[in-house]
Write a protein that binds this ligand. Sequence first.
Ligand code: ADP
Ligand code: ADP
Length: 244
Amino acid sequence: SVILSVKNLTKTYGNGVKALRDVSFDVEQGEFLVVIGLSGSGKSTLMRCINRLQEPTSGEIYFQGQDIGKIDKKEQIRDLRRKMGMIFQHFNLIPRQSVLTNVLMGCLGRKNTWRNSWLSLLGIFSEEDRKEALKNLKLVGISEKSHLRADQLSGGQKQRVAIARALTQNPVLLLADEPVASLDPATCHVVMDYLKKVNQELGITVIANLHFLSLVRQYATRVIALKEGQIVFSGKPSEITEEW
Ligand code: ADP
Ligand code: ADP
């Protein structure tokens, strides 16, 4: 079934840059969709529209059948973001906190009450939360590092922590914006392998932005290529050429 439907999405920034031009596509539950395109082609803008960090100029996005542009209550937006785990190029971990604390931050998205926010500032989480965080650290093969500070890890390890944090939100969709752009080629594969594991073993739909083709055939179930804000290819990874 369709989990995400993007219809005629357009984004023009205040400076006149047309970052997205009439972008339309559907994502099926369980897909591993790669959005590929050169730097500046509109990949991040698209992702930020999907999780409502940014408002499109026109067009609609339906997530689980709901028009996300029509959501305006704070708790509904929070619930939407909770269902969409986010992974970034520069990991966005809290550098001086432990790996475990970073992963526990995912719980806040799950049940962000004042009480929980307050307790988390004191580093107090329930036993259930800890179990969940440790389970996810184990899934990305890094549970033995749970007490290290985040800034003591390598880039690849940091990204695996970021994946564990996203999973702790209990998302149905994972949005990964250039998840391997800061990593060396060997580490890229390790991180992509864990994203694939999350997709296949947990059934979480993945959308990943990448700016080169080499990883696409190995990981994507489908690929969309963006060029200057327009979709120039949409189809099977085996059919895409270098021409975008
Ligand atoms: P990508 O993720 O593929 O590198 P982006 O979505 O970041 O592409 O950018 C698409 C276009 O929009 C680029 O020309 C970029 O310079 C421009 N752009 C991105 N963010 C902003 C912004 N906040 N204000 C103005 N222009 C922006
Ligand atoms: P990789 O070599 O896996 O791609 P990076 O280039 O991100 O990893 O990091 C190389 C080294 O620099 C790592 O050992 C890491 O501990 C350190 N490092 C990276 N980012 C930071 C940071 N923001 N603060 C402190 N140390 C960092």
